[in-house]
Design a binder for this molecule. Sequence first.
Ligand code: MTE
Ligand code: LUZ
Ligand code: MOS
Length: 758
Amino acid sequence: MKYYDTSQHVAGKSQFIDDITVPEGTLYAAIYYSPIAKGKIIKLDISDAVNCNGVCAVLTSKDIDGANQIGGIVQDEELLASNEVDFVGQPIAIVVADDYLTAKNAAKKIEIQFKEETPILDPREAQRKGELIIPPMVFELGKTENAWGECDIIVEGIAESGAQEHLYLETQGAIANPTEGRGLKIISSTQSPTAVQRVTANVLNLPMHKIEVDVMRLGGGFGGKEDQATPYAAMVALAAHKINKPVKMVLPRQEDMRITGKRHPYSSDYKIGLTKDLKILAYEASFYQNAGAAADLSPAVLQRTMTHATNSYFIPNVKATGYSCRTNLPPFTAFRGFGGPQGMFVIESAIHDAAKKLGVDPFEIQKKNLLKSGDEFPYGQIVEHGNALKCWNNLEENVEISEVNKRINDFNSESKFIKKGFALIPICFGISFTSKFMNQAGALVNIYQDGSIGISTAAIEMGQGVNTKIRHVAEKIFSVDISRVKIETTNTTRVPNTSPTAASSGADLNGKATELACVKLLNRLIDFAKIELSCDNDSKIEIVKEKIIVDEVESDLDWKELIHRAYFNRINLSAQSHFATPEIHFDTKKNKGKPFAYHSYGTGLIEVSVDCLRGTYEIDSVKVVHDFGKSINRVIDKGQAEGAIIQGIAWMTIEEILYDEQGKLMTDALSTYKIPGIHFTPKEFDVKFLENTENPFSVFGSKAIGEPPLMYGIGAYFAIRNAIHSFNSNLEIDYKAPMTNERVFTSLYKPKEKVKTN
Ligand code: MTE
Ligand code: LUZ
Ligand code: MOS
């Protein structure tokens, strides 16, 4: 049950882009990027850079033969800025030289002049000025306007959450090698090999079959390489194609932090109405998504915000409006949760706000309104089972909430400056890409003559253990030792037209495709074994632990011998398969349908201690009951949950992205951007599996796990607020995340912090 890359990783033997041996004569590329957030380019002079010793070429938009375009959902983003720039960090030129430092230093010799314009940084300002990436999105259930009259209390407010830096250990990078016949082989640290292939082909004006993309593994992606690995691959490809030599680029950390997109910051309005017995009758929210300067994945991210606007609650009357606002910041992109956490933070803020005004505990409202089987989501899908409530109740069986409450109150009444707080947080996350066409995957399973097995799929291993899970699929179906199974690199020539490994569905989709291909092979082998062992047609043949069993009796044949003979009998030992999630559909005009194959549920309880003199805090305890389905690998799944939870807590608490008024990132190094370290992990960390649960919609009854647990982190934000309120219950604190030490401190000693509402 271990994660197979672990021993290689800790021994430093795993290879990432920068570890791959490159051919002699490989050139290195550095990016020259915009120093300003908005303006017209009126002069660009590369001559001094070109003339530097060791420089082979300086490429600009003029050197692009195909389309200077990398946009996916909307075609609105140039690979290299041609006439104007829209954010600090936007690539303008690529300098190619014998080594990286030469390229980097030559880039400083590029001369540029701009006609500068005032950048827009605030999403609400962008919306007012009509700067929208796509038309506003509206999701509606029932009629909120008819429901307000029936509410006993209505609460309105603003909730804001910040950006988040992916900080994958491996920065963006790629290597491009020219191949025979003016083609290219690209090795990229991407979650989406097909996007790299498609965009590069388009930029170079080549058919896709001229571009082969190969990915071994990523040193983390977290969504940051779903769309935004592509430009770096396209840049080295452009250079390699022009110069006809291999070209490599790996971004230095600070450059990666400066020029790549992050989690979308959101500013949102909420209005929530409840009855006195705590039933939520109506909820309205307007989401102002800061999309940055280009669409990137923002429309899809906003769609997920909308589908997660009511988190794990049933609300009969809902109206959610979403604005994807164009600003002059690096385009924000996919990040674990993909807009879902941002939507959930708003409803949790609304509930917290309402609880305070009603004088009840937020968890009473949360529990009262949890989704039940048969309830309808605002997007029309029906809740499949009562696991939201099951997880909540299961957690309550393990921890008595009233006792936690009492313990914390007792502590707080004794302690003057250290105050404890806790919060519950249920989560619900829809599994599937919201774009139906993306929910497909492929697998190619080869059994070699010696009985060893090689599997290619569309899945990218980025630390989440998808390769190990796929090995388990083959191990189980063939009933062979797992050491026989190897997962090959992800390669566009072996498995074509892939979706990114994202939306937590990598193991679901590719595991299913692998299952289908393995079953094809197994059936072939069993038919062959019948002939080989001269069995009756109705004999039952099985492979159990590498032995061929006929009618419950062990035969002389084992796996190795079976494969050996099958080969000599000219049995096809290779099978390909394709999986497409059945039944899902979504009407984007009405915003109704069944976009998700299923949902993931769970409940978390988070306890914190806040030092109300210093504004510092610690995460004391995280207790979770999560519905993992029938886990394929518990070690991996638990690790995914724990990692996601810490990432979620950190997003809500210590990770703060700040730009100056000129749109320049100020938090561009680990000295100014705080990420969770080992000492930040909760002192008590207990992630429990909801037992006896099945999921008929995924491979072997499992459930997707990559993203959902991140949202337990939202509980930490409210736990800290609750602790602050036991220090001084009169404090009015804006619903603004992250709750950094500074914000805690200023909340404690300043009566009211102003949120900009414009
Ligand atoms: N875990 C590790 N170690 N590294 C990562 O980059 N990415 C997360 C999650 N877990 C990530 C990770 C994100 S954003 C997603 S969508 C899923 O893994 C993708 O993998 P899966 O679909 O196989 O779960
Ligand atoms: N990517 C995407 C995603 O294109 N569509 C999605 O719905 C999604 N969800 C989560 C993460 N990435
Ligand atoms: Mo994950 S944000 O879907 O890559």
